[in-house]
Write a protein that binds this ligand. Structure first.
Ligand SMILES: Cc1cc2nc3c(=O)[nH]c(=O)nc-3n(C[C@H](O)[C@H](O)[C@H](O)COP(=O)(O)OP(=O)(O)OC[C@H]3O[C@@H](n4cnc5c(N)ncnc54)[C@H](O)[C@@H]3O)c2cc1C
Length: 441
């Protein structure tokens, strides 16, 4: 095993990022393109790839225009756009129990579009392509991190690590037995972050009591680039418009076929999800049609269904000496407003901005006091979003007549206020607080 108790310059990397999901890969590019030596460590065997003839994958994300701006600056967006990407120009949200409804449109908000729906694999493959062309990034795929040793500091007792001689380095043990040293380790390893656990960072979490059922469907009517969400008593059902290549769209040769595919995210109780999962395709499609109030006509076809448990989690600390958490490792949020990846991308942009600025001033990359600038900028925005999602979930989950009345009146009231809707929409599009330079247009 290599001796990693060495002075700074001989470290394996300036920054080791664990997890090459959308957030970790974006951070790698931000730092790599700024000239820092990055090691990207990922458990998956190989980089994500995407082929034009592949069927739409079930995991998709609504990317805000602010996230788009970030990926544009990294040179990634043109590849995403040339692959498969669905701009949406409208949003419709309504309550299953009453007549409350709110509609947003790009026209009304004074913008060309509200966001894009992208398959996660498309975004990841575009990021990987850019990473391949970045000489300062080394990839270590097919290995997992099994050990973490942080430099001694005030937080040492919590991480039970030993002091590294000569340098404030972090040491990682990989599943193949290799030891890697870096000035800073970033945990981008997702909601069940092993690194967060190894570092002893606690989370505030609660089970939302819901499971998300995810699949791709084809409907009789075109989606018209509108993202729809209906709040059902057991949880929200989202129909997100999806881009599908003309050649893949069925029935072949029919003019509107490619505009009739949606990704669905149906959040509901585990029991109900189990029931829906077990239904034959025809029965499932019929229930789906009824659940979305027949807005898109018959649901003609559904792909394989997958389910994800939905927990809300927030890390008590985002940083320790030599360690930072980003993305779902720091906060996992209910998907009802499609904010998860976007919050993670903001984490990546702010952390990169702070690290590069500190590095230029000679601040050590793992300096906890400097890292706290990142957590101060991101923690409150993320906490607010988590609270908001919880509020929505409880508000729309309530069957009390008084609450039902208030939310229906509330939806109608907001729908009638153009200026308020413009403000709300701008916020949902990511325009909140002080944006990092990489996200400004
Ligand atoms: C049903 C559903 C719908 C959603 N819809 C949206 C949406 O519309 N919009 C949106 O913004 N968000 C959405 N989200 C949330 C979004 O998917 C997540 O916020 C996002 O994927 C988090 O990205 P990440 O890079 O932080 O983590 P992940 O995507 O989880 O990536 C973590 C990576 O780390 C790797 N890894 C883990 N452990 C280790 C280890 N020990 N060593 C090495 N590698 C490791 C994993 O292999 C993985 O590649 C949705 C979530 C769900 C469940």
């Amino acid at each position: 095993m290599k001796d990693n108790r060495i002075a700074g310059p001989a470290r394996d990397a300036d920054v080791a990022i664990v997890g090459a999901g959308i957030v970790g890969a974006t951070l790698a590019l931000l730092l790599g393109q700024a000239g820092l030596r990055v090691m990207l460590i990922e458990g998956r065997e190989s980089p994500a790839s995407w082929q034009a003839d592949s069927a739409p994958e079930p995991r998709v994300s609504a990317l805000t225009p602010v996230s788009q701006q970030l990926l544009t600056g990294l040179g990634v967006w043109p590849t995403v756009a040339a692959s498969r990407l669905m701009p949406y120009t409208g949003m419709q949200v309504w309550d299953a129990e009453g007549n409350g409804e709110i509609r947003f449109s790009a026209d009304e908000s004074g913008v060309p579009l509200l966001g894009h729906i992208a398959e996660n694999r498309v975004t990841l493959a575009a990021l990987e392509q850019a990473i391949e062309g970045c000489p300062t990034i080394t990839r270590r795929y097919g290995v997992r991190v099994s050990g973490l040793e942080l430099p001694r500091s005030g937080a040492m007792s919590r991480v039970n690590a030993y002091q590294l001689e000569g340098a404030e380095a972090v040491s990682l043990t990989l599943s193949d037995g290799e030891c890697v040293s870096a000035a800073l380790v970033v945990a981008a390893d997702g909601a069940r972050s092993g690194l967060r656990e190894l570092a002893g960072i606690a989370t505030r979490e609660h089970d939302t009591g819901q499971v998300a059922l995810v699949t791709t469907v084809r409907t009789a009517l075109p989606h018209q680039a509108v993202a729809r969400q209906r709040f059902l008593p057991m949880g929200p059902l989202a129909f997100l418009p999806l881009a599908v290549n003309e050649e893949l769209a069925q029935p072949a040769g029919q003019a509107s076929a490619a505009q009739r595919y949606c990704s669905i995210v149906w959040s509901t109780t585990p029991e109900e999800a189990g029931r829906l999962q077990a239904l034959p395709d025809q029965g499932f499609c019929a229930e789906l049609r009824a659940a979305v109030e027949n807005q898109l006509g018959e649901v003609e076809w559904a792909a394989e269904r997958f389910s994800f448990p939905l927990h809300q989690r927030h890390a008590e600390d985002y940083v320790l000496p030599g360690l930072a958490l980003v993305g779902d490792a720091a906060h996992a949020i209910h998907p009802l407003a499609g904010q998860g990846v976007n919050l993670g991308l903001m984490d990546a942009a702010v952390l990169a901005e702070e690290l590069v600025a500190g590095h230029r001033r000679g601040v050590a990359l793992g300096d906890e006091r400097w890292l706290k600038r990142y957590s101060r900028r991101r923690r409150s925005d993320n906490a607010l979003m988590l609270k908001l999602m919880d509020g929505f979930r409880l508000l729309f989950g309530s069957r009390q007549p008084g609450v039902r009345l208030i939310r229906n009146l509330g939806l109608g009231w907001v729908d009638g206020r153009a200026e308020l809707k413009r403000i709300l929409m701008r916020q949902a599009m990511g325009e909140r607080g002080e944006l990092p330079d990489s996200c400004k247009s």
